[in-house]
Design a protein around this ligand. Structure first.
Ligand SMILES: O=c1[nH]c(=O)c2[nH]c(=O)[nH]c2[nH]1
Length: 307
C-alpha cells in the first residue's frame, strides 16, 4: 500500500488586524479578522520535510499587518486583493492565494445628538465577510471576489405563512397563515469582475451597503409563504439591482417561534407570547444565479458554505 498527498493549503488563520485612520480628529476604524492560505507545489514540505518553498505562516501574519498600513484598508475586498496578489509574488511555488476577511462593524457613539469623533460601539453580532482568491500569474492571473455577511438576525412579527405542504403519517405541524419568522442570515455573493470597468476604483463598501439594504428591504416587504420564497426574492432583487453580481448564496436557519399554550391558565394567546426555540432549526439554503453568470473558477474552493 502506498499513499499520496491530496489537496492541501496552509496559512495563518484569524489575524486580528485593527486599522485606525487618524489623519484628522475624526478617526475611522476598520476591524478585521484576516485568514490567509496558500495552495500550490508544497508537496516536499509534507512528504520529505523540505521547507524551502514554504513562506512561513508567521511571515504571512506580518504581511497582513504591514499591508494594513502600506496598502491600507479602504475595504476588505481591496485589501484582500492586494494581499493575495502580493503572496503570489512572494511565494513562487504558490499557484493560488486565498484571503478570507471578516469585518466587525463599529458605529460612532452619539453624544448629545452628534456622532463622536473617536468613540465607537460594536454593531450587534453581524459580521461582514469577504473571500478573495488570486490564482496564476501575469496575463493569466485570475481574481475571484466573494463578499457577504453572516449573523444578520432578522424577524417578522407577521406577514409570514406556511401551508399547503406535503403531509404524511409523521406530520404534526399545523398550517398557519400568520406566524413569526426569524433567521440569522448568512449570504455570500460573487462579483463578476469582467463586468467592472475599474476594479481598483470599485466602490466595494457602497455596493456592500446597497446589497445589505436590498436584502433587508426584501425580507421586510415580501409576504412570505416560506423562508425558501423569501430567500429567492432577496437574491432576485439583489441580482436585478447589481449587474456586477453573478450569484448569491444563502444559508438561513429558521429560528422557530412557537406560540405558547396559555390555556391551562385560562389566558388567551392571540399570537402574543412565543417560545423562541434554540434547536433544532430548519436550515434553508439556496443559491440564486444569473442565467449568464460567469464561470466561478475556484472562487468557492474551501469556502465554508453549502454546495
Ligand atoms: O419556511 C419554512 N420552510 C420549510 O421548509 C418549513 N418546514 C417547516 O416545518 N416549517 C417551515 N417553514
Amino acid at each position: 500500500m502506498t499513499t499520496f498527498l491530496g489537496s492541501n493549503q496552509y496559512g495563518k488563520a484569524e489575524n486580528r488586524v485593527v486599522r485606525i485612520y487618524r489623519e484628522t480628529d475624526r478617526h475611522e476604524i476598520r476591524d478585521l479578522n484576516v485568514s490567509t492560505s496558500l495552495r500550490g507545489d508544497f508537496d516536499e514540505a509534507h512528504t520529505t520535510g523540505d521547507q524551502a518553498k514554504i513562506l512561513p505562516t508567521d511571515t504571512q501574519k506580518n504581511t497582513a499587518f504591514a499591508y494594513a498600513k502600506e496598502h491600507g484598508v479602504t475595504s476588505p475586498e481591496d485589501y484582500a486583493i492586494a494581499l493575495g496578489t502580493h503572496f503570489l509574488d512572494a511565494a513562487p511555488a504558490a499557484t493560488a492565494a486565498q484571503i478570507r476577511v471578516e469585518e466587525y462593524v463599529w458605529d460612532r457613539i452619539t453624544v448629545d445628538g452628534s456622532e463622536h469623533d473617536h468613540s465607537f460601539v460594536r454593531r450587534g453580532t453581524e459580521t461582514r465577510t469577504s473571500v478573495v482568491t488570486v490564482e496564476g500569474r501575469g496575463d493569466d492571473q485570475k481574481v475571484a471576489v466573494l463578499a457577504g455577511l453572516t449573523d444578520l438576525v432578522v424577524l417578522k412579527s407577521t406577514g409570514s405563512e406556511f401551508k399547503g405542504y406535503l403531509k404524511d403519517g409523521y406530520t404534526t405541524l399545523q398550517e398557519t397563515d400568520d406566524r413569526v419568522m426569524a433567521t440569522s442570515l448568512t449570504a455570500r455573493w460573487r462579483y463578476d469582475l469582467d463586468t467592472i470597468e475599474d476594479v481598483d476604483g470599485f466602490d466595494w463598501d457602497g455596493t456592500y451597503e446597497s446589497i445589505r439594504s436590498i436584502l433587508l428591504a426584501a425580507f421586510a416587504r415580501t409576504h412570505s409563504r416560506a423562508l425558501q420564497e423569501t430567500l429567492f426574492v432577496m437574491g432576485d432583487d439583489a441580482l436585478k439591482a447589481h449587474p456586477e453580481v453573478a450569484e448569491i448564496r444563502f444559508a438561513a436557519p429558521n429560528k422557530h417561534h412557537f406560540l405558547y399554550d396559555l390555556s391551562p391558565f385560562g389566558t388567551e394567546n392571540n399570537g402574543e407570547v412565543f417560545m423562541a426555540a434554540d434547536r433544532p432549526y430548519g436550515l434553508i439554503e439556496a443559491t440564486v444565479t444569473r442565467d449568464d453568470a460567469s464561470d466561478p473558477g475556484s472562487a468557492w474552493t474551501a469556502v465554508p458554505a453549502f454546495v
